[in-house]
Design a protein around this ligand. Structure first.
Ligand code: ZN
Length: 317
């Protein structure tokens, strides 16, 4: 009888443990997140943008806002840090466009000595996960925690593209490597960063013919990333998150106009509400919190970002 009682308790324990595991799994919204980051992508450009995949598919069949705000100043390293670290400038401490280390000491640091990033919390909580990042601006490597990224690909600048007659890499070549990573590694979290649009803005001006032409090239790159998930067989369990660091005005950014501060956020894929224009206010640091929510991660106490829960079809679990 005593043996029976112990067996019953052990069985009960097993049942409870497996329920616990199911709970964790159920909380993840998708197994894969492809985080597409476009430097200098201004919300203001979207009215005129010729981006058939982004507008006709991702926005039309996903959830989006064009009101996502930069943290200040409205420049790159600062805002990429916020995208990955779930906090603003005062907490992560990166204060200039090209910050390689935080000028203000970060309010907390992880085991790698950097403010906790979406990559580091994923690796801590799901060590078996696969992480990857590709970027054509070296500034990204300082704000993702490369020690938490299994596959780090720093590449030459993929600039204006051949259409512009400039002597630099073509984004359509650059994206091929990202496509390969999706097909071969099926990453849990993959950040694909494009720096060329910002460069185009600085060289020719925001909202110019060349700026819009570059957006169209990026649209084709994004279409190829989506296609890659289909070929990899992970499309049905993937959420695409599109984000940016800042917009622009004339040939620059960094200031306090909404042209510089507003950039798009788009989510598309498994369980994401279709054709939904978000009405909740969104800050740059909410991007990291939303990705964490999708992957079923607990966020560090130091994070201030909150997940944009309205984008999910089923908002209750
Ligand atoms: Zn810039």
């Amino acid at each position: 009888m005593r043996n029976f009682a112990w067996a019953l308790i052990a069985l009960l324990g097993l049942v409870l443990a497996s329920c616990g595991q199911q709970e964790v799994k159920r909380r993840a919204k998708a197994k894969h997140v492809i985080m597409i980051g476009i430097d200098g992508w201004a919300s203001k450009s979207m009215a005129q943008a010729d981006m058939p995949t982004v507008k006709g598919k991702l926005m039309a069949e996903g959830s989006y806002t064009l009101e996502k705000r930069s943290v200040l100043p409205s420049a790159s390293a600062i805002n990429w840090a916020s995208n990955f670290m779930g906090v603003g400038t005062e907490s992560h401490g990166y204060t200039t466009w090209g910050s390689k280390v935080p000028e203000i000491p970060s309010s907390v640091t992880n085991a790698h000595g950097i403010f906790p990033t979406i990559f580091s919390i994923l690796k801590e909580q799901q060590p078996e996960s696969k992480t990857a990042a590709i970027f054509d601006w070296d500034g990204i490597k300082y704000v993702i925690d490369t020690l938490a990224v299994d596959h780090v690909m720093q590449r030459d600048h993929a600039g204006y593209g051949k259409e512009f007659g400039e002597d630099c890499g073509d984004p359509l070549d650059y994206v091929k490597e990202a496509v390969q990573v999706i097909k071969e590694e099926k990453p849990t979290l993959f950040a694909v960063y494009f720096g060329g649009l910002d460069e185009t803005g600085h060289t020719y001006g925001w909202y110019t013919e060349k700026y819009y032409a570059f957006e169209t090239i990026l649209d084709e790159c994004i279409a190829q990333l989506i296609e890659a998930t289909k070929e990899a067989g992970i499309y049905d369990d993937t959420i695409f998150v599109l984000t940016a660091d800042h917009g622009g005005i004339d040939k620059g950014h960094g200031g306090i106009t909404l042209e510089e501060m507003l950039s798009p956020f788009i989510a598309y894929g498994k369980g994401i509400r279709q054709g939904f224009q978000m009405t909740d206010a969104m800050m740059q640091y909410d991007v990291a919190a939303t990705v964490a929510y999708i992957l079923g991660l607990e966020t560090p106490q130091a994070w201030v970002g909150r997940p944009m829960t309205s984008i999910f079809e089923d908002q209750n679990n």
